[in-house]
Write a protein that binds this ligand. Structure first.
Ligand code: DGL
Length: 267
């Protein structure tokens, strides 16, 4: 079995998973939620690199033919490093600054992401490359990842948490909002509600899914449209992960676990 494997610090990457599942129906997908280390966004880059490297080693040992880093923070910290160390194709993510810059009419773009994503080299390079003549405002959103992991979406708490970081951007004249963290895609309905109809919200997940399809097809691997097989693995609490899967992507099936022991992933 050759898997397309995706990983994230938790359930955020499921927003990429659902796009990949739609783009490549019938393909075996293996998803690892590293909930033992969630959130990644506040961890040092070197630590995320070590974690990501061990996860990719483990995914390859499970039979991964392609890895999708379904996490902006891990991509920012580790993507180049991973591509140097492993020979299988590795698809990564970055905030969709390019389309936002090309679409803005106000000349102001907001990027919502974790501190880790903004600190990484790739984000600086992205701005240097695309943000010409446009103001790109970096907005970290403390508490959003935890809120999505907790799963109590909707209601006044969600609205208040979303408004805290989205409203100031809208008041500053932003008309393009980039979802630069895969967890934030699950807050999209509330982000759109706070931002209103004059603001575009850009999620890179569909583009990442299309890229995954191109990479998969370039490998010449077969697609069995009849029997999609999905595996969901957590390094955290399995019953909690099961409930999250049900709520976020409507998957009601078994989950597996993998454990960290002295920096090594076992399972
Ligand atoms: N969902 C991840 C991202 O895209 C990581 C969030 C976190 O664990 O802080 O950045």
């Amino acid at each position: 079995m050759r898997w397309i494997a995706l990983f994230d610090s938790g359930v955020g990457g499921l927003s990429v998973w659902r796009e990949v599942a739609q783009e490549l129906p019938g393909l075996p997908l293996l998803y690892l939620a590293d909930q033992a280390h969630c959130p990644y966004g506040v961890r040092p880059q070197a630590e995320i690199r070590r974690i990501a490297q061990e996860i990719v080693r483990w995914l390859i040992a499970q039979g991964a033919g392609v890895v999708v880093v379904a996490c902006n923070t891990a991509s920012a910290a580790a993507l180049y490093h991973l591509r140097e160390r492993f020979t299988i194709p590795i698809v990564g993510m970055e905030p969709a600054v390019k389309p936002a810059v090309s679409r803005t009419r106000s000349g102001r773009v907001g990027v919502l992401a974790t501190p880790g994503t903004f600190q990484g080299e790739p984000y600086a390079r992205l701005l240097a490359r695309y943000a010409h003549g446009v103001e790109v405002i970096a907005q970290p959103c403390p508490g959003w990842v935890e809120h999505v992991e907790d799963g109590c979406l909707g209601g006044p708490e969600t609205m208040a948490l979303v408004a805290r970081y989205v409203r100031p951007l809208c008041d500053a004249g932003v008309d393009e909002l980039v979802l630069g963290c895969t967890h934030y895609a699950f807050l999209r309905p509330w982000i759109e509600q706070v931002a209103g109809p004059g603001v575009d919200v850009i999620d890179p997940a569909p583009a990442v899914a299309r890229q995954t399809r191109r990479v998969w097809e370039a490998l010449g691997a077969a697609v069995d449209e009849e029997r999609p097989t999905y595996r969901f693995v957590t390094t955290g609490d399995p019953p909690r992960f099961r409930a999250q899967l049900r709520r976020l992507i409507g998957w009601d099936g078994p989950v597996e676990t993998a454990q960290w022991r002295e920096g090594t992933l076992i399972g």
